[in-house]
Design a protein around this ligand. Structure first.
Ligand SMILES: [Fe+2]
Ligand SMILES: [Fe+2]
Length: 276
């Protein structure tokens, strides 16, 4: 049996979502379901440009073209890694090689968990914890863990100049039919169901175990950052007018049930080409 290369993703051109702030898009068709999922990352082109997460291996050529079409590799000063999942770290080596003046902002936990997979240039690393901030010339970036996540290394990032918050995997929601730009373009009934499906089945299955009041308080403290926009890896953009609703849906998740996770029956349907 041979292995095929990763399935290609569909390109959507980088999108300017705030001053100096670009969302780097790619879209993947979900396996076994008529749904589409974003695999986004972000670039801040301020005084000291920042790359936030590094795309996927299968989209390497396009991702590097998209990012370095916005910022020159020699100008990049910071690479922020939100966590160690492969859909966020796919081109980390390529970025650190192409950007000789960049410091890698991550954490002890990322380094420790991945030391046998990635040659971290420790002299170019900076470790930050939840709540820590760092200055990037014309703005301060604040690392704040979102309320749901799939790795203990996760840190979101608030740009205190533009108010854009990188929410990492939180608020993840697939899209029926095809990609939409903003969550307001989703069917309102689908948004909550899609978020529950994604979060319970693919992100934070422990959510049903949490103390509801403590979880709500965690959502409150992140929302209290007062962000103007939430950009994430796996959701359409959450613009200012939809932030309250996004947190409302998030707070409800521990009490919301999700459809069962696709199983062997679904896999066999995929293999035989039968409609799911
Ligand atoms: Fe993740
Ligand atoms: Fe992710």
């Amino acid at each position: 049996m041979g292995f095929s290369p990763p399935l290609p993703t569909t390109r959507i051109a980088p999108e300017r979502i705030a001053p100096d702030t670009w969302l780097i898009h790619q879209v993947q068709e979900a396996l076994g379901q008529p749904l589409y999922v974003y695999l986004n990352s972000m670039v801040i082109t301020g005084a000291e440009p920042v790359i936030i997460d590094t795309g996927t291996i299968g989209n390497r050529k396009q991702w590097l073209e998209d990012v370095f079409g916005i910022v020159d590799p020699d100008d990049v000063r910071w690479v922020f890694l939100s966590h160690d999942d492969i859909d966020h770290t796919g081109n980390l080596t390529e970025v650190m090689t192409a950007c000789p003046y960049a410091t890698l902002v991550s954490s002890w936990a990322i380094t420790e968990r991945n030391a046998n997979a990635f040659d971290f240039p420790l002299e170019r690393c900076r470790w930050i914890n939840d709540g820590d901030g760092f200055d990037v010339g014309d703005r301060r970036l604040l690392a704040v863990r979102p309320p749901v996540y799939d790795s203990p290394t996760t840190r979101g990032l608030l740009d205190q100049r533009t108010g854009v918050y990188w929410g990492v995997d939180a608020f993840a929601c697939p899209m029926p039919g095809g990609p939409v730009e903003i969550v307001a373009d989703l069917d309102p009934g689908f948004w909550g169901d899609g978020m529950a499906m994604f979060v319970h089945n693919a992100l934070s299955p422990w959510l049903g175990l949490v103390d509801h009041q403590k979880f709500a308080a965690s959502c409150d403290s992140v929302q209290a950052l007062g962000m103007s926009t939430i950009a994430t890896a796996h959701s359409p953009l959450i613009t200012e007018s939809t932030i309250d609703k996004a947190f409302h849906l998030l707070r409800q998740l521990p009490e919301v049930s999700a459809p069962p996770c696709p199983d062997q029956v679904v896999l066999e349907a995929i293999l035989t080409g039968a409609p799911s």
